[in-house]
Design a protein around this ligand. Structure first.
Ligand SMILES: NC(=O)c1ccc[n+]([C@@H]2O[C@H](COP(=O)([O-])OP(=O)(O)OC[C@H]3O[C@@H](n4cnc5c(N)ncnc54)[C@H](OP(=O)(O)O)[C@@H]3O)[C@@H](O)[C@H]2O)c1
Length: 180
């Protein structure tokens, strides 16, 4: 089995909020475009609630939905009973697409981000510059584990509720520790 890299894609407000009442707490058109560009032609892993927050399965991508409900048959998507099964499924999907070395994209929500974080190589993070009401949060990252590859401030466009900053983080190599 290939060792396809794993990446998180998250949009998080300045107060840590990522969701409210089963949906996103904002509409940011420019970030939806970024999300589409980053995830296209790749396998996506998401929790059942995130899947149900979408109007339909995301086109051009493998939608893999983690659920403990054995009878949940998501239309246009594959169900996985736990995160490990989802990951194995995503690796097979990447191979089948002939993009075995492309990233597996973890798109939330909270438990799925937490399960994936220890094995994630990259995080594509949109910092949303607002403090909206919310009921789902993204935990702060351990700064020492991540180095910034990119930081691009994006002003609020006409179809954006907030200004954002797009940040790409890469895990600091575990073998790049300074020797004693
Ligand atoms: N801003 C962002 O980047 C972003 C990204 C994603 C989602 N969101 C928002 O976050 C909210 C949804 O996230 P959420 O954290 O509430 O829910 P979620 O993670 O999308 O879904 C939770 C469900 O996933 C299943 N699940 C999770 N871990 C599992 C495991 N280890 N084994 C088996 N099943 C597991 C369970 O489904 P069952 O109950 O079916 O067993 C659980 O109830 C929405 O508001 C959404 O809009 C925001």
């Amino acid at each position: 089995m290939s060792d396809t890299p794993v990446a998180l894609v998250v949009a998080v407000a300045d107060n840590g909020v990522i969701g409210v009442r089963g949906g996103l707490p904002w509409h940011i058109s420019s970030d939806l475009k970024t999300f589409r560009r980053l995830t296209m032609n790749k396998p996506l892993i998401m929790g059942r609630r995130t899947f149900q927050s979408l109007k339909k399965p995301l086109d051009g991508r493998d939608n893999i939905v983690v659920t403990g409900n054995k009878s949940f048959r998501p239309p246009g998507a594959l169900a996985a009973a736990n995160f490990e099964t989802a990951l194995a499924l995503a690796r097979r999907c990447a191979e089948a697409r002939g993009v075995g070395s492309a990233e597996i994209m973890i798109i939330g929500g909270t438990q799925i981000f937490e399960a994936a974080l220890p094995m994630a190589n990259r995080i594509y993070k949109t910092e949303v510059h607002g403090r909206p009401e919310g009921d789902v949060f993204f935990s702060a990252l351990e700064a020492a584990d991540w180095q910034e590859l990119e930081r691009t401030p994006l002003p609020k466009g006409p179809r954006d509720d907030f200004a954002t900053t797009f940040v790409v983080l890469e895990r600091v190599g575990r073998d790049s520790e300074p020797s004693l």
